[in-house]
Design a protein around this ligand. Sequence first.
Ligand SMILES: Cc1cc2nc3c(=O)[nH]c(=O)nc-3n(C[C@H](O)[C@H](O)[C@H](O)COP(=O)(O)O)c2cc1C
Length: 162
Amino acid sequence: MYIVAGGAAPVVGVSALVAAAQRRGWDACLVLTPTAARWLASDLPGLADRTGHPVRSAYKMPGEEDVLPPADAMLIAPATFNMINQWAAGLSETLALGLINEAIGLGIPLVTVPWINGPLSRHPALAASLARLRGAGVRVLDLAPGPEGDEIPWEQVLDALR
Ligand SMILES: Cc1cc2nc3c(=O)[nH]c(=O)nc-3n(C[C@H](O)[C@H](O)[C@H](O)COP(=O)(O)O)c2cc1C
């Protein structure tokens, strides 16, 4: 499973998601947006150790081998307002977006947890983007803002991937 995470508060707890996924038998690989990678900079070596794979946040160079195994499923969480709108528009400026855009065409199962609250949740682009992604087969979990504050109920999210 690829866990593709963006720059929203719950990303600081992404190691709990990795652990929960591993308990269920997933080989979890972590892909971060550049923003999320900057926030987690000091945790990246530990996250690579925990997953057993490099944590990716930038495109490889032409001719370089892929360092991650192919994905059977992708969990895009937390997904920012920016990611959801770029994904729906088919923009691939980051590795994270490139992978999830390609995954739609490959038919890889996709579950996302948009983490968008306050004024951004009322921006008209968001509803249109979510409708477009749902129409492309993406399972969108409506969990934010939740009663848990900035914590995502990872077990519930993993249940959706089963
Ligand atoms: C402390 C902090 C918290 C943020 N929380 C959110 C959030 O919950 N949801 C969101 O969509 N953007 C949030 N943002 C804004 C995003 O980090 C920003 O739009 C960034 O460009 C997203 O990049 P990415 O989509 O490539 O990860 C937050 C920014 C900061 C500094």
